[in-house]
Design a protein around this ligand. Structure first.
Ligand SMILES: C[S@@+](CC[C@H](N)C(=O)[O-])C[C@H]1O[C@@H](n2cnc3c(N)ncnc32)[C@H](O)[C@@H]1O
Length: 194
């Protein structure tokens, strides 16, 4: 696994999980109530404690959730068992993991910003590979305005270049602006894989 695994394990061990709202992110609730909610087979990369995984299952999706760290994976598996819900919850490095089949949608809530920007182009290629043509990428791009990370800043001009128009259809209209209790801002877009 990527060397960052130990760092993520340590953050969970020490409870330094400031990104975790303790409940489902408001963007997912918004998109589930939109005209084009996520449906079918949905991947949640960097799922963390997986509040969104539970919500997506309840919305009728077949969910695969992946995280590099053992603690959130074990916790999510336990919670799903208690609730009598099912998802494929996998501990893996997303920069190496390959699913058996592509997905209808990916719910990307601040996984990109957790990866070193040196890996972003490779991660974007993986997102293309993981999605069926016409599939949806529900993406929350972290805005920190700062150098360094994680979380690494995801300025929108950089995101427009990374998720290039030849491969991704961007929606018309403004971003969904999602404030985080920690004072950071996520910008949400539903991109379509061409
Ligand atoms: C900022 S947290 C977001 C967690 C969750 N999506 C949320 O919004 O609460 C990023 C997550 O990505 C995971 N992660 C970081 N690098 C990863 C990698 N290479 N492969 C899989 N998961 C990774 C971390 O363990 C962490 O749980």
């Amino acid at each position: 696994m990527e060397t960052t695994q130990g760092e993520w394990e340590q953050r969970y061990r020490e409870g330094k999980t400031g990104w975790d709202r303790g409940t489902v992110g408001p963007a997912l609730a918004h998109w589930l109530n939109s005209d084009t909610p996520p449906r079918g087979r949905v991947l949640v990369p960097g799922c963390g404690h997986g509040h969104e995984v539970v919500e997506l299952i309840r919305a009728g999706c077949q969910v695969t959730a992946v995280d590099i760290a053992a603690q959130p994976v074990m916790r999510l598996k336990g919670e799903l068992a208690e609730l009598g819900l099912h998802a494929d919850v996998v501990q893996a490095d997303l920069l190496r993991w390959r699913p058996a089949e592509p997905f209808d949608a990916v719910y990307e809530q601040t996984c990109l910003c957790a990866l070193d920007p040196a890996h972003w182009a490779g991660y974007e290629q993986r997102l293309v590979d993981w999605l069926l043509p016409g599939g949806s990428l529900l993406a929350l791009f972290m805005q920190t305005g700062d150098d360094g990370g994680p979380p690494f800043d995801c300025p929108m001009p950089d995101m427009r270049s990374l998720f290039a128009a030849e491969r991704w259809q961007w929606p018309d209209g403004p971003a969904l602006e999602v404030p985080h209790p920690h004072g950071l801002l996520e910008r949400g877009y539903v991109l379509t894989r061409r």
